[in-house]
Design a protein around this ligand. Structure first.
Ligand SMILES: Cc1ncc(COP(=O)(O)O)c(C=O)c1O
Length: 390
């Protein structure tokens, strides 16, 4: 038994990040400024995006992208039901209707056939989510979008460091939003990045800061002009240089952090192969998985306990877990507003009922990984349904 609780997803913050933040605090400029611009350049170079805009969250990136595309009342945006509230909420924020689609059983990513069936004359955009860091079948989504003249806004909250057919997620012209929330593969505490073509990102930049024609940093610089115009009623979504200082450091060690995530996912995969009771995450060919989450599903009828008790047993053994996600259509706001029932999206509902996320992050030691494996395997052995029958 472990002596200390294994947190589900603590950030990996070292002296590098601490020094960079202190340096920023001492620099005389702490909000959006030179470090934010450098972080945007570094990130854009890393994912090979045409352009990048640093923001205070991924939610802000998704919202800004929808506004920049002109999505609004009367429009529909198709997204997955297996996602966090942010993906659907931003669609509501612009006054459009989120239209949910079920997921594919292996990756739990949005089902392209379902997308096709959900299109109406009101559909303006598709918002796929790279669930757990496994890239969505982007070729299929873009083929539908091109044929039906729809925008594609990627929710890449989980997908920094992921590739689809040898291209980094975020390398395309369509808007793609990343999250640097505290639990994500790289973090700025809170934060996000929107990538996409230059014109769209430039529009998003204005929308993200009160619709002002010139940012504070440029106005307060020596020689900067005090004058600015408000060209639209924008939001207040900018990233600070304190966050960007963290982001620059985290990006510089992303490769090493991703390697560790991959090692842990491989170790889990090998160990759990011996447990027929567990369905482990799928990885399709032609993708580089970002391994943001490691989601296992309990196979029905093979264990004497359900997901909730499985989590309780892991908690007793001091292993932190989570559930990703409670499908959006089960939340009261969406269920009541649009009249969904649990089985409206059977694949997502069936998976939700038997899924849990295990700790997977680069702060984990080999002993932590071994403890998770041993605990999971012990619980499976202790509660195997076959032993009841025997
Ligand atoms: C799929 C998905 N989309 C969007 C978000 C929102 O990210 P942020 O907290 O940076 O706004 C999250 C956050 O966990 C998420 O999991």
């Amino acid at each position: 038994m472990r002596s200390e609780f294994l947190s589900f997803s603590p950030p990996l913050i070292g002296q590098l990040e601490i020094d960079a933040v202190v340096d920023t605090l001492r620099s005389g400029w702490i909000t959006t400024g030179p470090k934010t611009r450098r972080f945007e350049r570094d990130f854009s170079e890393f994912v090979c995006s045409p352009s990048a805009l640093a923001l205070n969250s991924c939610t802000a990136g998704l919202h800004t992208a929808l506004v920049a595309l002109g999505v609004g009342p009367g429009d529909e945006v198709i997204t997955t039901c297996m996602t966090f509230a942010a993906s659907a909420n931003v669609i509501e924020h612009v006054g459009a209707r989120p239209v949910f689609v079920d997921v594919e059983p292996d990756t739990l990513n949005i089902d392209p056939d379902g997308v096709e069936r959900a299109i109406t004359r009101r559909t303006r955009a598709i918002m796929p989510v790279h669930f757990a860091g496994h890239p969505v079948d982007l070729d299929a989504i873009h083929a539908i979008a091109e044929q039906r003249k729809l925008a594609v806004v990627e929710d890449a909250a989980h997908a920094v460091g992921a590739k689809y057919r040898d291209r980094w997620i975020g390398a395309g012209n369509n808007p793609t939003a990343f999250s640097f929330y505290a639990t994500k593969n790289m973090t700025t505490g809170e934060g996000g990045m929107l990538t996409g073509d230059e014109e769209l990102v430039s529009r998003a930049r204005t929308i993200s800061l009160h619709g002002m024609s010139r940012e504070a940093w440029r106005r307060y610089q020596q020689g900067g002009a005090w004058q600015y115009d408000v060209v639209l009623p924008g939001f207040k979504y900018n990233m600070t240089d304190i966050q960007a200082a963290l982001g620059i450091c985290q990006l510089s060690r992303l490769h090493a952090m991703q390697c560790r995530r991959r090692e842990i996912a491989d170790a889990y995969g090998q160990a759990f192969r011996q447990c027929d009771e567990l369905e482990t995450p799928a990885t399709r060919p032609d993708v580089l998985h970002a391994w943001h989450l490691y989601v296992i599903r309990l196979r029905r009828g093979t264990l004497r306990i359900g997901r909730a008790q499985f989590i309780d047993r892991l908690t007793e053994r001091k292993i932190g877990t989570s559930v990703h996600f409670i499908p959006i259509h089960l939340h009261p706001y969406y269920r009541n507003k649009y009249g969904y029932s649990a089985d409206s999206f059977p694949v997502a509902y069936d998976s939700y009922d038997r899924m849990l996320s295990l700790p997977l992050n680069p702060t984990m030691t080999d002993q932590d990984v071994a403890d998770v494996i041993e605990s999971v395997c012990d619980i499976v052995r202790d509660f195997r349904a076959m032993e009841v029958a025997a």
